[in-house]
Design a protein around this ligand. Sequence first.
Ligand SMILES: NC(=O)c1ccc[n+]([C@@H]2O[C@H](COP(=O)([O-])OP(=O)(O)OC[C@H]3O[C@@H](n4cnc5c(N)ncnc54)[C@H](O)[C@@H]3O)[C@@H](O)[C@H]2O)c1
Length: 250
Amino acid sequence: MEFFKNKCAVVTGAAIGIGQATAILLAQHGAKVIVSDINKDAGNKTVKLIENAGGTAKFIACNVAKKEEVKELMVQSIAAFGPIKFAINNAGIGGKLAPTHEIKFEDWDKMIAINLSGVFYCMREEISAMLHHGGGNIVNVASLAGLGPVPRGNSYCAAKHGVVGLTRTAAVEYAKLAIRVNAVCPGWTETAILDNLPEEMLGNSLKNYVPMGRLGKPAEVAETIVWLLGDKSSFVTGHCLAVDGGLKSS
Ligand SMILES: NC(=O)c1ccc[n+]([C@@H]2O[C@H](COP(=O)([O-])OP(=O)(O)OC[C@H]3O[C@@H](n4cnc5c(N)ncnc54)[C@H](O)[C@@H]3O)[C@@H](O)[C@H]2O)c1
C-alpha cells in the first residue's frame, strides 16, 4: 500500500502477539517500523522477521510505564526513521483476577501504570511530535473490557475504559489538526496474555462465549488496526472498534 511507504510507524508491545502482527503487517505495506517493547530478545526477533522478509525495522527498548523512556522512544524513533506518521499504542498486561474488594493496591497501581498511563504518556509525546510534523494517525489497543464490565477484572476494565476515554477526547481535540485517533477493542485473541486466565476459562469453554465459536487471531486485529491507520478510513476518528467475533453483541 503506497500510503504507508517509507513512513515511520511506532508500535509499542511489538515483541509478540497483536503488536508483533501489526508491526509485520505495517512493514509489509512498506512502513519503516519501530518495534518497541520491554522484551529485548523477542523484540529483536521481530525485527529480524521483518528484515528477512525485505522490510525495514528497528528495535527500541521502552517500558511504557516510564514517562522518560517514552519520551526517549519518540526522540529516537524520529532520529531513526523520520516524523512519526503512525503510532500504535498496544503494550499491555492482563493482570490478576480478583473481585474489586480483594484487588491488591500494588496490582492496581501496576495495571494503571502500564495499561492506562502508558497509553497517555505515548499519546502525549506522539501528538506533540505529530503537531510539529504535519499530522499523523494513532490507534490505541483498548479491549472489549473498555466497553463493558469484566467481573473479577476491574483494574483491567477501568484502565481500558480510560483508554477509550483518551481516544475519544483526543480525537475531537485534534480533528482539525490532521491527527486522527481511534482504538480497536479486541475480544479474546490467541496470544500469551491469555496464559494467565484460570484453567476453567481456557480451551473450549472460552470459545463457547464467542458467537463465531473461535478466538481471534493477532493478524485479524492487526488488519483492523492497519485499516484504521490507512487512507481508506480517512473520515473515521474517535471510533473504538470491536474486533471480537460478535462477542459484544451477544
Ligand atoms: N489477547 C487478547 O485476548 C486481548 C484482548 C483485548 C485486548 N488486548 C490488548 O492487546 C494488547 C496486546 O496484547 P497481546 O494480547 O498481544 O498480549 P501479549 O502478552 O502477547 O503481548 C503484550 C506485549 O506487551 C509487552 N509489554 C508488557 N508490558 C510492557 C511495558 N510496560 N512496556 C512495554 N511493553 C510491554 C510485552 O512484553 C508483550 O510483548 C494489550 O494492550 C492487551 O490488553 C488483548
